[in-house]
Structures are given as structure tokens and as C-alpha cells.
Design a protein around this ligand. Structure first.
Ligand SMILES: Nc1nc2c(ncn2[C@@H]2O[C@H](COP(=O)(O)OP(=O)(O)OP(=O)(O)O)[C@@H](O)[C@H]2O)c(=O)[nH]1
Ligand SMILES: Nc1nc2c(ncn2[C@@H]2O[C@H](COP(=O)(O)OP(=O)(O)OP(=O)(O)O)[C@@H](O)[C@H]2O)c(=O)[nH]1
Length: 437
């Protein structure tokens, strides 16, 4: 099941990003920083009362040079299209404005649940200011204060009651779901067609999914079942905002969410850009299998060092993706495309790998014997036991005496030892350090 989505809409300056940050909380990790994901956050995972969801700050989606009202209108439409629940944010400081009424009109016509929130209610005396907002015709207003973190609990309590029922999984777990992600013009559509053509596959159905995505199911020559997750923007053209960069990133993030394996497509003719790193960083964070595709390999001049130079550059730019295989392909000449289904399948298997505790602990014991754990003030980090707690991605809990002593570099060393021993090619793995009770 794709996670439910909450979108925040509202005119500029009502406090959308402040509320967004409050809802998301400080879940900033080192990796997010490396990937530049934090730098402009419009989309982030979040959690309330054990329910996981994603939040979109539509205010962060740059619509371009459209007039002010047109921008808000398009942002509201994106919210309607993308979200399961919409938080319509207004501000008690300014009261009900014409722009608010405009947004209300658009939301009113959608059949998505809308929660009307009035921000900047910083103290109890201001609570009476919210009554004017009943006039927007969207029911009871929720008073909140982004700056003070007030009222968000009630708002989120209400929001999660509107999440869709958890239904059946969209696809059987044995089916490998993947998507192609990349900037405009890297050749995604050409690759999609070439892959389907190359495999002489049967496009068996166009699955109607929760949010009108169009996925393609096919069976490879080896008899393996795949679903190519729609990266809208490929097929769903027409909307004005469709071409804005941030919206295309948003759609990419949504496709990543639903995929087991993400093919990050680069263009051999161009360098690596910030957007590539952001999207790949998100896939890494989300624990997805990752393969880097360098497309248009036919179009560049090559000598014996070209591939090595590309690889070095990619390894440097995507330092945190050292586990991701790189494949040099051409949608035009179909070079190496026949290798893709098997590679995707292998990465997907690795992402689902389960290691027996006994084997795991032998490897860790060996690793510690070869390179002793760090010490601090005469005390040594002791590793008692490790166990795998999840797959997709493989996640391990390591029980120790002092979790703070598990330095990044030592965790990285253990990860590398696990990678040397087991086949985790293409999948992130997670090590969680816990104090043994
Ligand atoms: N008094 C008060 N000010 C707030 C509150 N929440 C946000 N603000 C202020 O309102 C201003 C706008 O906040 P943002 O979160 O940037 O608003 P936004 O809606 O994301 O604005 P755009 O990015 O222009 O769409 C900032 O100066 C915030 O400090 C609040 O609860 N109380
Ligand atoms: N030489 C060469 N050209 C390619 C290759 N793959 C795609 N192209 C060309 O690159 C251009 C963009 O290809 P598309 O498949 O439309 O790219 P896209 O990533 O789907 O682009 P958007 O739909 O804008 O996101 C087209 O002119 C293609 O013919 C390739 O492997 N080699």
C-alpha cells in the first residue's frame, strides 16, 4: 500500500512551511543532508499515532510566472490530485481574505476531505478570532500555532481519521515493482518503450490503482513478473504545472514510494545535477533497491577510459550509493538493455534477503576480531548480539553496551563486512544500535 498523503494548501505567508516542519519533525539524517533532500522540502515522510504518511507543502511548488491567484489555484489542484487529505491553512492574523475564499471555492468542488486550519492562534485569547472562518463553508476551523506548536495534535487526529482504509496490496509480493526516475529528456520514455520492446513482453494489464497511475505489468523472457510503476509526467501530460521541476520531483518521489527497485537514469551527454542527487537520495532514504542507468551511451565518444571516468564521477557524486550497480545503456541501440530484467530481479532479491542470526553473528564476531571495537576513556564498545528485524531493506539491530560508542565509521565498517559476505548489491542496509537491557 502506498502511504496516505496529506497536502497543505493556502495563500503565501500563512505559515505552510512552518506547519509542514512541525508535522515532519526533526527527522533530518546525515544522508538527507548529503543528498540535499533537506534543502527544499516539499515532500516528506511523517508519522502520527503510529500511522505513517507523507506530507506535501504545495507552497513549495514553484508554478512559474503565473499571477498570484493562478499559482494558488494550481497548488490547490495539485493538492486535490495528489492528496488523501487536504489541510487548508489560513491565518488568524489576517482573517479571511479574498485569496482564502478563492482556495475554498476550488477545494469545495473536490471530493477530498478538507480540514480548515487557522494558524497563528498563538494564545488562548485569540481563539475567538477563528469564528469568522466558518464563513468559508468548510466546517469547523482548527486553531493552530505553527510557531508555538499548538493545536497540531487535534488537527492530525482528525486528518488520520480520513485516511483510506488499508486495503489489499496493489500487487502480489512476488511481483517486482520498479520505476524509472530522471530529469526531463534523459530518455525515460524511450527506455520504457525499448525495455518493453526488447523483452517481447505481453503488456498484460493497465492496473487501476489508488491514484490514477498507469502501471504496466509484464512477464520477462525468464518468466519473472514485473510492474513498471508509472512515473506520471511520462504519460499524463496536459496540466500546466506538469512541467515544473518541483512537481516532476514530487511525482518521482511518489513513484519511488511504490517501487521495490528504482532505476535512476542519467544522461551520458550531461553531467549529474542537483535534482538527480535529490531523487536518488530519497530512494536511498526510503530503503529502495537502486540501479544507476547511464543512458545515451551510444551518443558519446568513447575510449578505453570513458567508462572508468564515468564510474569514478558517479561514485564521487553519489557517495552514499556505493552499493548501486551502474549499467551503461542506450535506448536507441538497445545496448545492454537485455540485461536489465535480470539485474532488477537480482537487486530485488537482495533487498528481500534474510540472514540467519547464527550466520550473522559469526560474521560480526569475525569482523570484531579483525578490527576491534572503539574505546573511549578506558571503556570498550561491546557488541553482544545482532539480529535481522526486517527486509526491504535488510535491517539489523545490534545490541551493545553503549550505543553512543558505535561511531559512524565503525558502523560503516560493519556494513562493509556484511556486504563482503552477503549479496546486498543494489540494496541499502540499515544497522540500528540498541542498548542491551
Ligand atoms: N505569530 C505566528 N507567526 C507564524 C506562525 N506560523 C508561521 N508564522 C510566521 O509566518 C510567516 C510565514 O511563515 P511560512 O511558514 O514561511 O509561510 P508559508 O505559508 O510557507 O509561506 P510561503 O512559503 O510564502 O507560501 C513567517 O514569518 C513565520 O514565522 C504562528 O503560528 N504564529
Ligand atoms: N542518442 C540517443 N538518444 C536518446 C536515447 N534515449 C533517448 N534519446 C533521445 O532523447 C530525447 C528524450 O527522450 P525521452 O525518452 O523523451 O526522454 P524522457 O526522459 O522521457 O523525457 P521527458 O518525457 O521530458 O521526461 C529524445 O529525443 C530521444 O530520442 C539514447 O539512448 N541515445
Amino acid at each position: 500500500m502506498a502511504k496516505p498523503v496529506i497536502a497543505i494548501v493556502g495563500r503565501p505567508n500563512v505559515g505552510k512551511s512552518t506547519i509542514f516542519n512541525r508535522i515532519v519533525g526533526e527527522r533530518v539524517s546525515i544522508v538527507e543532508d548529503i543528498a540535499g533532500v533537506t534543502r527544499d522540502r516539499i515532500y516528506s515522510p511523517a508519522e502520527w499515532l503510529g500511522k505513517e504518511f507523507n506530507v506535501i507543502d504545495t507552497g513549495g511548488i514553484d508554478i512559474g510566472d503565473e499571477p498570484f491567484l493562478e499559482q494558488i489555484r494550481q497548488q490547490a489542484e495539485i493538492a486535490i490530485e495528489e492528496a488523501d487529505v487536504i489541510i487548508f491553512l489560513t491565518s488568524a492574523r489576517e482573517g479571511v481574505t479574498d485569496a482564502d475564499e478563492n482556495v475554498a471555492q476550488i477545494l469545495y468542488r473536490s471530493n477530498k476531505p478538507v480540514l480548515l486550519a487557522v494558524n497563528k492562534v498563538d494564545n488562548p485569547e485569540m481563539r475567538s478570532d477563528i469564528f469568522d472562518f466558518y464563513s468559508l463553508g468548510l466546517g469547523e476551523p482548527y486553531p493552530v500555532s505553527g510557531s508555538h506548536g499548538i493545536g497540531l495534535g487535534d488537527l492530525l487526529d482528525a486528518a488520520i481519521t480520513h485516511f483510506p482504509e488499508e486495503g489489499e496490496e496493489e500487487y502480489d509480493d512476488s511481483v517486482i515493482k520498479f520505476s524509472l526516475i530522471g530529469r526531463p529528456n534523459v530518455g525515460k520514455s524511450s527506455l520504457v518503450n525499448a525495455i518493453l520492446g526488447e523483452e517481447r513482453v505481453i503488456v498484460s494489464n493497465v492496473a487501476g490503482t489508488t491514484r490514477d497511475a498507469i502501471d504496466t505489468s509484464f512477464t520477462s523472457k525468464d518468466g519473472e513478473e514485473f510492474v513498471m510503476i508509472d512515473t506520471a509526467g511520462i504519460r499524463k501530460k496536459g496540466k500546466v504545472y506538469e512541467n515544473t521541476e518541483k512537481y516532476s520531483v514530487l511525482r518521482a518521489l511518489r513513484a519511488i514510494e511504490r517501487s521495490d527497485v528504482v532505476l535512476c537514469v542519467l544522461n551520458a551527454e550531461e553531467g549529474i545535477r542537483e535534482q538527480d542527487k535529490k531523487v536518488a537520495g530519497y530512494a536511498h532514504e526510503a530503503g529502495k533497491g537502486i540501479i544507476i542507468l547511464v543512458n545515451k551511451w551510444d551518443a558519446i565518444e568513447k575510449d578505453t577510459k570513458t567508462m572508468k571516468t564515468f564510474e569514478d564521477n558517479i561514485r564521487e557524486e553519489f557517495a552514499y550509493l556505493s552499493y548501486a550497480p551502474i549499467i551503461y545503456v542506450s535506448a536507441l541501440t538497445k545496448q545492454r538493455l537485455h540485461q536489465l530484467p535480470e539485474l532488477i530481479s537480482r537487486v530485488s532479491q537482495n533487498q528481500r534477503l534474510r540472514i540467519q542470526s547464527s550466520t550473522l553473528n559469526e560474521v560480526i564476531l569475525d569482523a570484531v576480531a579483525m578490527n576491534p571495537t572503539p574505546t573511549d576513556k578506558g571503556k570498550r564498545l561491546k557488541i553482544y548480539y545482532a539480529t535481522q528485524v526486517a527486509t526491504k531493506p535488510p535491517t539489523f539491530v545490534v545490541f551493545v553496551n553503549e550505543p553512543e560508542m558505535m561511531h559512524f565509521s565503525y558502523a560503516r565498517y560493519l556494513e562493509n563486512r556484511l556486504r563482503d559476505t552477503f549479496s546486498f548489491e543494489g540494496t541499502p542496509i540499515r544497522l540500528i544500535t540498541r542498548r542491551r537491557k
